[in-house]
Design a binder for this molecule. Structure first.
Ligand code: PLP
Length: 448
């Protein structure tokens, strides 16, 4: 039996000695010691010293229905007893993965009726790369292999997902460009506040979208397979593109016959006040990447949604030589089904759109008006970024060695609030079940 009766110091020592953490410096973390999270309920988590912490990040933007939901727990328990595992390779299927596919065709935007499953958002984006290249090959355009994404984008950590992403420090792990595959190109991000200079947001949005056209012409349209982006960029700092951006991107993709992939790993399942961020931003993608909110993080599962036209091509193209042992895992699928029902039954999408989302943003707007270092608040629904600045008038940020985001994150952490620092921004992405009273607590704790 696992021994849960350890002191915080004992956990930290074992953690340092045996557990290597993602996105962390092992030595520095070992010296500092991790905060060990032991239980959770609703919008709160507890650490091993029994501190109650408000989770303003829903884990990693994923626990959309909040913690401790018996509907999801019982779905896992039932399915584990009935059929804990079977694969979907070699002509087998199982009821949860079939039912989940059907249910996804109800909640995803019109025309999405076909779903391929993976274990994580990164695997799902890898799958996009492989399926899209397969698609163009079937269509007799095998040269169409290059993917275009944006600087500072995050699409996951596998090699292809790292390459799709635009984070330099990830590309350079393993030496300069050591984790960047050929066939992946990047253009500027539509981050008006810090990069827009004297332009209006509309001019800037158009300019950044047109970088896609320039890149396509530089590479040759016959070599470009797809453009991928989040409807609202999450880990990059909750960047909402100006209104001119997405229509222009959509126009360019259509003109040059380039597929559009919406990475909805964060934006999906109600986060922005609609089921999908594509609806919030008025985009019509060919493919949608889903993970996180698909199961509210209770079990790992991800999916790629395909438009009918896209799937019709695969459907005539022979074997799909791609898949994972855990594609459509029955227990994870059963939990995802219970999760979607929970979101529906509790009207969480409407609640975010009409109640808690506007309430959070109104509270945050107050910070812009009153706090000396809050320059801008961005986002939609329950997804928000707070831009920290040294000087509001000139939109000047703190310099790199004054990492304001990390300072504020640590302040919140010691104040029993989880918020994330991304460069010079603070990120908020709480469970979609958060109440107004909990939002008040979040705003009060976030203030320095
Ligand atoms: N895409 C986006 C937009 C993400 O935010 C993430 C993770 O944060 C991923 C993909 C990768 O998902 P995962 O961590 O499940 O591999």
């Amino acid at each position: 039996m696992m021994n849960f009766n350890r002191t915080t110091a004992q956990w930290q020592e074992l953690d340092r000695d045996h557990h290597t953490h993602p996105f962390s410096d092992p030595k520095a973390l070992g010296e500092k010691g991790t905060r060990v999270i032991t239980k959770a309920e609703g919008s709160y988590i507890w650490d091993s010293d029994d501190n109650k912490i408000l989770d303003g990040m829903a884990g990693l933007w994923c626990v959309n229905v909040g913690y401790g939901r018996t509907e999801l727990i019982e779905a896992a328990d039932r399915q584990m007893r009935q059929l804990p595992y079977y694969n979907s390779f070699f002509q087998t299927s199982n009821p949860p993965q079939i039912e989940l596919s059907r249910l996804l065709s109800e909640v995803t935007p019109e025309g999405f009726n076909h779903f391929f499953f993976a274990g994580s958002g990164s695997e799902a984006n890898d799958t996009n790369v492989r399926l899209v290249r397969h698609y163009w090959d079937i269509k007799g355009q095998p040269k169409k292999k290059t993917f275009i994404s944006r600087h500072n984008a995050y699409h996951g950590s596998t090699l292809a997902a790292t390459s799709l992403g635009g984070m330099g420090y990830m590309h350079n792990m393993g030496g300069e460009g050591g984790s960047l595959l050929p066939g992946f190109e990047h253009i500027g991000q539509p981050f008006w506040y810090l990069e827009g200079g004297d332009m209006t947001p509309e001019e800037f949005g158009l300019m950044r979208a047109q970088e896609l056209e320039t890149k396509i012409l530089e590479l040759g349209a016959d070599s470009v397979a797809a453009f991928i982006a989040e409807p609202i960029q999450g880990a990059g700092g909750v960047i909402v593109p100006p209104a001119t951006y997405w229509p222009e991107i959509q126009r360019i993709c259509k003109k040059y016959d380039i597929l559009l992939i919406a990475d909805e790993v964060i934006c999906g399942f109600g986060r922005t006040g609609n089921w999908f961020g594509s609806e919030t931003m008025g985009i019509k993608p060919d493919l949608i990447t889903m993970a996180k909110g698909l199961s509210s993080g209770y079990l790992p599962i991800a999916a790629i949604g395909m438009q009918d036209d896209f799937f019709a091509v695969l459907n005539g193209g022979g074997d799909i030589n791609h898949g994972y042992t855990y594609s459509g895992h029955p227990v994870a699928s059963a939990v995802a089904i219970a999760n979607i029902h929970y979101i529906r039954d509790h009207n969480l999408v409407e609640k975010v759109r009409e109640d808690t989302g506007p309430y959070l943003h109104a509270g945050l707007q107050h910070l812009v008006d009153s706090h000396p270092i809050v320059g801008e608040v961005r986002g939609r629904g329950l997804m928000a970024g707070i831009q920290l600045v040294k000087d509001k008038a000139s939109r000047t940020t703190f310099s790199g060695d004054e990492d304001a985001g990390t300072v504020c994150r640590d302040h919140c952490f010691s104040n029993n609030l989880i918020m994330r620092g991304v460069g010079q921004s603070m990120i908020i992405s709480p469970p979609l079940t958060i109440s107004r009273i909990e939002i008040d607590e979040l705003l009060a704790k976030a203030k320095i």
